[in-house]
Design a binder for this molecule. Structure first.
Ligand code: NCD
Ligand code: ZN
Ligand code: ZN
Length: 443
């Protein structure tokens, strides 16, 4: 039994006058004027004056690297980074070693997440055996395991075979799940190193064309609508993909197959909202990521699509890598960048400071929509009496300077090194218990 919490002086969604929140037995027990001194007896007080209270963030796309690359991240260190970043649930991608393509691995990840106890760790199951794209993994066994897997993805690689993709959509539909697709037509990205465009041409890097993403997203929207399944598009990176998603969402129900039952959702990463391929000119592999950083026009279109709801949510694609896999020549470096502890600040810079989203909107894209997409009943809930106490407290006026070495991850590959960013996560409350406060993890 954890002791009650009295959060004093916070503003839910940054609206209205500051109020007090009493948290007891994992739920919001009282709010505002309801909180009497007697009710709060024995409660730990968290001074939250001037802080914005939001529902705890949900990350649909995290790489925790355990099992296999515990030299770069573990479920423990990744959970700490999540708690410090304001997250109360994360989805751990399946491209581990061994691959999470069976019940043993997903149950291990799920159990270890519970033992660490800083955030709900939901393992993602691989779509195909060994991520090879050839044979469906045992989706049903993973769904029925203790981990209760509902999201399946070969992320890192694309489920390129349209028949395998169709079958995966049909099976996950029967399981009440969703396929999260890393959209990259592999034939169009052979040897690709950077966004195909003017910068790559100047730098002599083989191009990763936007159409390699857009063509797969179009195909998969059609397939999902044909079989009435749920498709989630990972890390949308181009203006064209936003157009395809807008088109797919606006198709009249009943045009094809089981269209009316299909649901297409999509995520964008903080780095694709902020960074562009202009950063590649110094060949620093910290900027190497898949899909690659695109143009300023793409970033602008992604921001608008997120504000509009054409892209549902923000997901970090937190991808820790060892020094030797990043401090090397561009072509040899692995793609991916850290994201959990900087996501909120980047969303504030790109979406709040620009007037595209208010704090309600931040709650929608970082908590509510991802919780709905993943089917989590106790995350992304309104801040209200009787609701689960998964909360984040944000200082909207704080400024901080990113230092990779100071982040909780083992790896330090942040593209924001030395940058001063707006807004800081001051605390995270996870099922009624503080998991981080003032930059420190609380076990
Ligand atoms: N995003 C990346 O550049 N890398 C990811 C894989 C992925 O998300 O495709 C990784 O596992 O490192
Ligand atoms: Zn991916
Ligand atoms: Zn990923």
């Amino acid at each position: 039994m954890t002791s009650p919490l009295l959060i004093k002086g916070a503003r839910p969604y940054g609206e209205g006058a500051p109020i007090d929140l009493l948290v007891r037995d994992g739920v919001v027990a009282a709010m505002g004027a309801d909180v009497s001194a007697a009710d709060a007896t024995g409660a730990e007080v968290l001074a939250a004056d001037g802080l914005v209270a939001l529902p705890g963030f949900v990350d649909l796309h995290t790489h925790l690297r355990e099992p296999g690359r515990e030299d770069t991240e573990t479920i423990a260190t990744g959970s700490a980074a999540a708690a410090l970043g304001g997250y109360t649930a994360v989805f751990a991608m399946a491209n581990t070693d061994p691959v999470a393509d069976n019940a043993v691995v997903v149950e291990h990840v799920w159990r270890r997440g519970r033992e660490v106890g800083l955030v709900d760790v939901h393992p993602v199951g691989a779509v195909t055996v060994g991520l090879r794209g050839e044979k469906l993994a045992e989706l049903g066994t993973m769904a029925r395991s203790a981990a209760g897997v509902r999201m399946f993805s070969d992320d890192g690689l694309c489920v390129f075979d349209p028949l395998i993709m169709r079958r995966a959509l049909e099976y996950t539909r029967a399981l009440g799940g969703v396929v999260a697709q890393h959209a990259e037509e592999p034939r169009l990205t052979v040897g690709a190193q950077a966004h195909e465009g003017e910068v790559a041409a100047r730098l002599g890097l083989t191009g990763w064309p936007a159409v390699a993403e857009e063509s797969i997203v179009a195909r998969d929207c059609l397939l999902a609508q044909h079989v009435g399944a749920r498709l989630h598009v990972c890390h949308v990176s181009t203006a064209g993909t936003a157009d395809v998603l807008r088109w797919a969402r606006n198709r009249p129900a009943g045009v094809a197959g089981r269209m009316a039952e299909a649901v297409v959702s999509a995520e964008v990463t903080p780095h694709h909202l902020l960074l562009t391929d202009e950063r590649l000119t110094d060949y620093d592999p910290v900027n190497k990521v898949n899909p690659p950083l695109r143009t300023g026009g793409d970033a602008e279109a992604l921001r608008r699509a997120l504000a509009e709801g054409v892209i549902d949510c923000v997901a970090t694609d937190h991808a820790p890598h060892a020094v030797q896999d990043k401090d090397c020549e561009w072509a040899a470096a692995r793609p991916g960048m850290l994201g959990l502890q900087t996501a909120l600040s980047i969303v504030v810079r790109t979406m709040v400071e620009t007037g595209l989203l208010d704090w309600r909107g931040v709650a929608r894209v970082m908590s509510e929509r991802p919780a709905e997409i993943a089917g989590l009943p106790d995350q992304g809930r309104p801040i209200a009496v009787g609701e689960p106490a998964n909360l984040v407290l944000v200082d909207p006026d704080a400024r901080w300077t990113v230092r990779g070495a100071e982040l909780a991850s083992i790896a330090a590959n942040t593209p924001y090194e030395g940058m001063e960013l707006p807004a800081r996560v001051v605390g995270t409350v996870f099922h009624g218990r503080p998991t981080s406060w003032d930059g420190k993890v609380r076990h």
